[in-house]
Design a protein around this ligand. Structure first.
Ligand SMILES: [Zn+2]
Length: 125
């Protein structure tokens, strides 16, 4: 959610900078985004599918599920995973993040872009 807000602000700032006669062409942010490539949140994998492929058995019912934490040697399910967003938080070691992308980055030590690419959420220009 925070990221979206930032994105909106950014595109707003860009638009206000380009008050030129060619305003119309410059304004087609849709096309620019299309050709530029980059992160596409809509392409992130399904949350429960993703965690399953990561070997995490999500247990319980409701919005938050429990799983064994892969960030420390977990003897019981200490990791809480939010199905709706993919957010996770470990009650023991403190590992946490807001989505499956953050999880992937942390687990494999990847940059934002590398993780997005591996998850198929990086659009090629
Ligand atoms: Zn942990």
């Amino acid at each position: 959610m925070q990221r979206q807000t930032t994105k909106q602000k950014e595109s707003g700032a860009v638009a206000s900078k380009q008050r030129t006669p060619t305003n119309h062409a410059a304004h087609s942010t849709k096309n620019r985004w299309k050709y530029k490539g980059g992160f596409d949140r809509a392409r992130l994998p399904n949350v429960s599918n993703y965690y399953e492929t990561q070997g995490l058995a999500l247990k319980g019912k409701g919005a938050w599920r429990d799983a064994a934490c892969p960030f420390h040697t977990d003897t019981k399910p200490s990791l809480r995973v939010r199905l709706e967003t993919g957010a996770f938080k470990c009650m023991v070691c403190g590992a946490h993040g807001g989505d499956v992308l953050a999880f992937h980055q942390q687990r494999y030590g990847l940059s934002f872009k590398q993780a997005a690419q591996q998850l198929g959420a990086w659009r090629v220009a």
